[in-house]
Ligand binder design. Structure first.
Ligand SMILES: [Zn+2]
Length: 229
């Protein structure tokens, strides 16, 4: 079986090193998730960036950031369609100093920000405080996120359609909240991530349009090892 063969047996010298499973739980495991469909077996993590998963006799390589981003995007979008997303209220509000241009943009879309779970209030000239943000962003740099979105909104100009504004916020929040490439994951986290992913559509792309997973069928491996022609 593919899984047994792969373990501890790096596939050649093109950067393909196999990382042992870290015995650690955390971010992914906290979330209530249905157990992983037994058709999928998590083999491990590659370069702290990809998850290697066996399905049948094939190998699925998952981009952990793209996958988590997609999962969070769907969750956040779902919350948004049902009302206002779950929020976290800051004990100490985050203060925000903006350029005059960004301050105008923020003002222009304050109701939209509010609708997306951000409670932002003016606090003097071109200054604001963020009192509440989507719960997904707990522990994340909300200021960096806001500045990124504002830069993006600046490109839309005055013609920016609200649909695009909402989408931009949805995407950026999902991106900032997601685990990153380079994050070492424990087995429970990997299994939770794959379980959540499998519950979504199987033909997945991240919100930016990049694929979330790549499947390498056993036949492809057989061809490359010249077992078949
Ligand atoms: Zn991203």
């Amino acid at each position: 079986v593919l899984g047994a063969g792969l373990r501890g047996n790096p596939l050649g010298g093109d950067g393909f090193t196999f990382q042992p499973l870290a015995a650690r739980t955390g971010r992914m495991a906290e979330q209530d998730t249905a157990p992983l469909d037994p058709a999928f077996t998590v083999l491990g993590q590659l370069a702290a960036t990809y998850l290697l998963v066996q399905r049948g006799t094939g190998l699925i390589v998952i981009d952990q950031h793209a996958a988590h981003e997609r999962i969070l995007f769907e969750r956040y979008r779902g919350e948004y369609y049902r009302g206002t997303p779950a929020t976290t209220r800051y004990l100490v509000p985050e203060s925000l100093e903006l350029s005059p241009q960004n301050a105008l943009l923020l003002e222009q879309y304050l109701p939209q920000w509010k609708r997306m779970g951000f409670e932002i209030e003016p606090f003097g000239r071109d200054s604001y405080v963020v009192r509440e943000a989507p719960a997904l962003l707990a522990g994340k740099d909300v200021k960096a996120l806001l500045l990124e979105v504002l830069d993006e909104l600046a490109l839309f100009g005055k013609s920016g359609r609200l649909e695009e504004v909402f989408n931009e916020i949805l995407e950026r929040v999902a991106c900032h909240a997601a685990i990153r490439a380079g994050d070492a994951l424990g087995k429970a986290e990997m299994e939770a991530l794959v379980a959540q992913l499998v519950q979504l559509d199987i033909n997945l792309y991240c919100p930016h349009g990049r694929p979330v997973w790549v499947e390498i069928p056993e036949r492809e491996l057989e061809r490359r090892f010249k077992r078949i022609v």
